[in-house]
Design a protein around this ligand. Structure first.
Ligand code: 5GP
Length: 116
């Protein structure tokens, strides 16, 4: 698939709908269509980056910005005290299915360790 034509690019371009909870010039965050916990938000950079494996030093400010947004969303979702996870599945073997970098913000229930 064209690297700029993932389902998340289509959401960024408003070609398909999503339940958007945050957006600025660099980042969009929306609720996962198949949530695995009561809070399940995807935080996605607008810059095309295939996965965490494609991140470079030029992206450090962007990644820091995303982590700050995740912490803020966790607070606004009311899960910061009960606990949450920020997950970037990287590569098919780790569960990545959409090849545009994204972080899952998961909260609202207990999570086991190690992950499956
Ligand atoms: P991954 O498997 O790549 O780590 O995560 C991709 C996530 O995107 C999955 O949790 C999946 O449910 C979600 N997803 C796939 N297509 C759509 C969509 O069209 N809209 C939304 N909101 N989420 C999607």
């Amino acid at each position: 698939m064209n690297e700029e034509n993932t389902v998340f690019h289509k959401i960024i371009r408003r070609e398909i709908p999503a339940n958007i909870v945050f957006e600025d010039e660099r980042v969009i965050a929306f609720r996962d269509i198949q949530p695995v916990s009561s809070t399940h938000i995807l935080i996605v950079p607008k810059k095309t980056i295939r996965s965490l494996d494609a991140v470079t030093g030029d992206d450090s400010e962007l990644i820091g910005h995303i982590v700050c947004i995740a912490a803020e969303l966790a607070r606004s979702e009311g899960v910061s005290e009960s606990g949450y996870r920020l997950v970037a599945n990287t590569g098919e073997r780790a569960g990545q299915s959409v090849f545009q970098l994204h972080f899952h913000l998961l909260g609202g229930r207990p999570f086991a360790w190690p992950p499956g």
